[in-house]
Design a protein around this ligand. Structure first.
Ligand SMILES: NC(=O)c1ccc[n+]([C@@H]2O[C@H](COP(=O)([O-])OP(=O)(O)OC[C@H]3O[C@@H](n4cnc5c(N)ncnc54)[C@H](OP(=O)(O)O)[C@@H]3O)[C@@H](O)[C@H]2O)c1
Length: 414
């Protein structure tokens, strides 16, 4: 295996870009982020890795884990250390010293007191891997926006589509100052076991590709291989990291995998959340089967009409309603006990990725002159469930009415 140092030197020489450090920043340390950071740290020659934490409490928890990340393979924990950490506080990133002896003496110190601000000249991020949910991404990127440049590469490991278009509109409207993007489709099965510990429950892969924005047929983009040095480096680093089982694909190739996952999420994810049930309960269920077929008619029509996919042979077959239906039934029968991440998010009163799943179909359908009313209804049903859950919780907060001072009621003050 080539070492990351060798890769950095080779790419610097090939692209005439001296000064690459090869450091990888990772943000969003849930299942996907923990697995990727752990995999990079497991290489024979790990690159320098910085974990970006958006709250000091995350670092306290990480310290309690002796600054290690764990992945449980076949019942055995594999722990990895050696990560650098930066914590966001008052919109400023603070670097936590890796040998925090001062902190060791104190059980629950204010970590930020001994932390130093990341100096501006050292704050530049070359490679950023974003592993948070789609709806958090805009906020996450705003927090590091000043540390990114057109030389940086951001890799998004997320389900759902439409995130990059949103970032371009809201954060990077100027094409010239925009960082480079990559996307990854992660199919490893991961389950949270504890903070900073995930169980690897299914072997999968990580498919990677640089992103080309715009709506030209993506098949044209395959001729363009002029990727930024940081994009080349990140691609090489990840594809040479054995536990990720990562491969590189073309922008047109990865979009097709993303669309298959999107179709699964739009149907299994949303219906599992609306019915509050596991995958197996959606199988052999006639009304669910009717709903599924109707939803897939809209999903398939939008996908087959996408200008990005024009010119790619076999699109109508790959994305026909019947093929998508079989794909979804396969996922549900292979993982009958799984519960959708939308259902989980609702359970923990978090936002959901629905706007980047059925919401994306509705939005792209509108652009193509198609009204996807069923997907719109599914999106609204998930949003209304979230509204009901949140309001139920809010109204359950006990209020001491005897001590409430109503506006205009001065008698309590007197
Ligand atoms: N799990 C899988 O097996 C799997 C497989 C393939 C793809 N995916 C996709 O990968 C993406 C991530 O999934 P996941 O399961 O890893 O999600 P997750 O476990 O919910 O992890 C997201 C992490 O991001 C953190 N976060 C939230 N806001 C942040 C901020 N402002 N700055 C930094 N970090 C922030 C969250 O912290 P809090 O706890 O504070 O919210 C959480 O630790 C999703 O799009 C998912 O669909 C997951």
């Amino acid at each position: 295996m080539s070492t990351w140092v060798q890769d950095v030197e080779d790419i610097s020489r090939e692209t005439k870009t001296p000064g690459l450090t090869g450091r990888v920043h990772i943000i969003g340390l849930g299942n996907a982020g923990t697995f990727i950071a752990h995999s990079l740290a497991s290489r024979q020659s790990p690159p320098p890795i910085t974990l970006l934490m958006h709250q000091a409490s995350f670092y306290h928890a990480f310290r309690r884990k002796k600054r290690s990340l764990a992945v449980n393979y076949n019942g055995l924990d594999d722990n990895r250390t050696g990560f650098d950490v930066e914590v966001l506080h008052d919109k400023v990133w603070h670097r936590i010293p890796s040998k925090d002896e001062q902190l060791e003496a104190n059980e629950d110190p204010d970590v930020l007191e001994s932390a130093e601000d990341v100096p501006e000249e050292e704050g530049h991020i070359e490679c950023l891997i974003v592993c948070c949910k789609s709806y958090m991404t805009e906020k996450v990127i705003r927090g590091v926006r000043h540390r990114l440049s057109p030389d940086s590469t951001i890799l998004f490991i997320q389900n759902g589509l439409g995130i990059i278009e949103k970032l371009n509109k809201e954060i990077f409207p100027d094409e010239k100052s925009r960082p480079n993007y990559m996307q990854g489709v992660l199919s490893h099965g991961l389950k949270k076991q504890d903070s900073y510990k995930v169980g690897h429950v299914n072997v999968g892969s990580l498919i990677l590709s640089p992103v080309v924005t715009g709506q030209t047929p993506l098949i044209e983009a395959e001729k363009d291989t002029h990727w930024a040095p940081t994009t080349k480096y990140l691609l090489r680093l990840l594809t040479l990291t054995p536990s990720l089982v990562a491969t590189a694909d073309t922008p047109a190739g990865i979009l097709q995998y993303q669309l298959e996952r999107l179709a699964v999420g739009c149907v299994l994810g949303s219906l599992g959340a609306i019915h509050d049930c596991k995958n197996r309960e959606l199988l052999h269920n006639f009304p669910v089967s009717r709903t599924m077929r109707l939803l897939l008619l809209e999903i398939s029509s939008v996908i087959c009409a996408l200008p990005e996919l024009r010119g790619i042979p076999g699109i109508e077959d790959r994305f026909s309603p019947e093929r998508l239906r079989r794909l979804i039934l396969n996922v549900a029968s292979n993982r009958p006990e799984d519960t959708s991440s939308i259902r989980n998010d609702l359970h923990y009163q978090r936002n959901t990725e629905i706007d980047f799943l059925n919401g994306w179909i509705v939005k792209r359908g509108e652009e193509l002159g198609m009204k996807c009313v069923l997907n719109y209804m599914i999106q609204q049903l998930v949003l209304s469930r979230m509204y009901i859950i949140n309001h139920r919780e809010a109204s359950a907060v006990p209020i001491d009415f005897d001590n409430v001072i109503l506006s205009g009621d001065k008698s309590k003050d007197d």
